[in-house]
Design a protein. Structure first.
Length: 190
């Protein structure tokens, strides 16, 4: 597998992470750079670990996970996106204004990172069946996804400050739509 093919795979795998990071960035009000780095690390690490796990576990394990991956990703993204939509429609009070900043805690970021990287598990299986240096490949995928994840938070953050609750609503809607897209791809409709 050549560097161009690997780059295309890395960019493709990082698109969901970029979109979710941009949604996170929509509600960043303080310390955007630090939160961008944090999101990039979560998404980059998950995108690197999943193909490594897929390659190591082989097709049997990946086949079982892949059978449910679309459903898992859909549920996680729909729940988080739905929560964002609900919060954007609520009446803000003084305590909401103090706590509006994006949450990049383990509790929020870990499920998002897993949901956006499940497809990388199957990519890892394909790596196991081809002559690819798995460590170079997962390192490359992790770095590309880190950059896309960090950039997504920065871009979302630039837009979020201007639109506040509309941005949070849009971000939640995008997460739900990404979940629906993953589900439709999984069941073969698109």
């Amino acid at each position: 597998m050549g560097i161009l093919e690997l780059l295309l795979i890395a960019v493709s795998l990082s698109m969901d992470a970029f979109a979710v990071s941009a949604c996170i960035g929509l509600s960043v009000t303080t310390d955007r750079f630090s939160k961008a780095i944090t999101a990039g690390l979560y998404f980059g690490t998950a995108q690197a670990v999943m193909p490594l796990a897929g390659s190591s576990a082989g097709t049997l394990f990946a086949g079982r996970i892949t059978a449910f991956s679309g459903y898992i990703a859909f549920v996680i993204l729909a729940v988080i996106g739905g929560k964002m939509i609900k919060e954007s429609l609520g009446k803000p009070d003084k305590s909401d204004k103090l706590n509006i900043d994006a949450d990049v805690s383990f509790r929020k970021m870990f499920p998002l990172a897993v949901a956006t990287s499940i497809d990388a598990l199957a990519v890892g299986v394909s790596f196991a069946m081809s002559s690819v240096n798995i460590f170079a490949a997962v390192g490359f995928i992790g770095i590309i996804t880190f950059v896309f994840g960090a950039a997504g938070v920065q871009i979302g953050g630039m837009l979020g400050g201007k639109f506040k609750s509309k941005a949070e609503f849009a971000g939640g809607l995008v997460l739900v739509l990404i979940g629906v897209k993953i589900l439709l791809e999984h069941i073969g409709i698109i």
